[in-house]
Design a protein around this ligand. Structure first.
Ligand code: APR
Length: 269
């Protein structure tokens, strides 16, 4: 990647690199959308899945996080769900979530497709949020499709909670492996025609969310990736005006959003 298109957080907390050009790109883009992943919530205290100490280093996802595991042994699957529930309970949005909410409020972000189930985008005030992996605030019944709120008591050890309507074991209202993602048509419609996509805190390795950045590139748009370190996506290319912004998203996103709003203010007659 062109060094000019790389920004890095310096020790004094400012972004080193051509942040003005990035600000202008976002301020003048026809349509900006965001794809977010676990990395954005790390600074809220929710660990990433694939990071050291993340959930997938403790629970093999193919053994605990599949639909067939839940159907075969709800009690075993609930060992993972309790750890997942505990990891998101009581978490608050961080400055990165708030920066995206501000960008939308200011009319410079059309919406967010998120793989996160922690609800922190909505808590930060974002309105168009497509949660393609579901959400962790409720439980669902895979038999009668009833939805019930997740209660603190459900995270305590004990037998899996059962559906009040039909008595079947409940699972969190999240997408397990082997289940289709939610609202993918709406996500594709949001992303279609985007001239820029902010790809924040995701390894973008899990399908089909991982294919959305490629859709933007095919449509002639560019990617602005926010991550602690380059990913396979960075290596594969970020498009004609793409940027890689290195550092914690809770620090880098607010700086880039400030730059976009300043660029717009400068361009206003
Ligand atoms: N700021 C920016 N990026 C960060 C930060 C941070 N503070 N902390 C970590 N990251 C980056 C990591 O470098 C990594 O590239 O966030 C990314 C997190 O990647 P994953 O843990 O793979 O999370 P994600 O991409 O959201 O996973 C996608 O996979 O297991 C499934 O359903 C699960 O939704 C999840 C999906």
């Amino acid at each position: 990647m062109d060094r000019a298109n790389r920004l890095r957080l310096s020790r004094d907390g400012t972004l080193a690199g051509d942040v003005e050009t990035l600000g202008r790109l976002l301020a003048s883009a026809r349509r900006v959308v965001a794809l977010t992943g676990a990395g954005l919530s790390v600074e809220s205290g929710v660990p990433g899945f694939r990071s050291p100490g993340g959930l997938w280093s403790v629970f093999d996802p193919m053994e605990y996080a599949t639909l067939s595991c839940f159907l075969r042994s709800p009690a075993k699957a609930w060992e993972l769900y309790r750890a997942l529930g505990a990891s998101i309970a009581g978490r608050e949005p961080n400055a990165g979530h708030r920066a995206l909410a501000r960008l939308e409020r200011e009319g410079l972000l059309a919406g967010i497709v998120t793989q996160n189930i922690d609800g922190l985008h909505r808590a930060a005030g974002s309105e168009t949020v497509i949660e393609i992996h579901g959400e962790g605030r409720n439980l669902e019944c895979t038999v009668c499709r009833a939805i019930e709120p997740l209660l603190a008591a459900h995270l305590e050890p004990g037998p899996p909670p059962r559906c009040a309507a039909c008595g079947s074991p409940l699972k969190p209202n999240v997408v397990l492996f082997e289940e289709p993602v939610r609202e993918m048509a709406r996500a594709r419609a949001l992303v279609a025609g985007a001239s820029a996509m902010l790809v924040v805190g995701t390894s973008a390795e899990v399908a089909p969310a991982g294919s959305l950045p490629g859709d933007v590139l095919e449509g002639g748009g560019s990617l602005v990736e926010f991550n602690l370190a380059p990913t396979r996506r960075t290596e594969a290319g970020l498009g004609p005006s793409g940027f890689f912004v290195e550092g914690p998203a809770g620090r880098t996103l607010p700086a880039v959003v400030d730059a976009a709003l300043e660029a717009r203010a400068r361009e206003m007659p």
